[in-house]
Design a protein around this ligand. Structure first.
Ligand SMILES: [Zn+2]
Length: 52
């Protein structure tokens, strides 16, 4: 089960992270790197670079 931030569209495995992202995005209208680093999109990027 993945949780999505409706504002920036990033996905998270934890509801708590998705909610913090949503809260941050709606307040600041930008992404918090400390939160987005936990997103699925970021993790996949990391795996790809590690694999290659
Ligand atoms: Zn977000």
């Amino acid at each position: 089960m993945l949780y999505k931030c409706d504002i920036c569209g990033l996905h998270y495995r934890s509801k708590r992270l998705a909610e913090s992202c949503l809260g941050w995005c709606s307040k600041h209208n930008s992404c918090n790197l400390k939160i987005t680093i936990h997103s699925i999109e970021r993790e996949q990027k990391k795996e790809k670079t590690d694999g290659n």
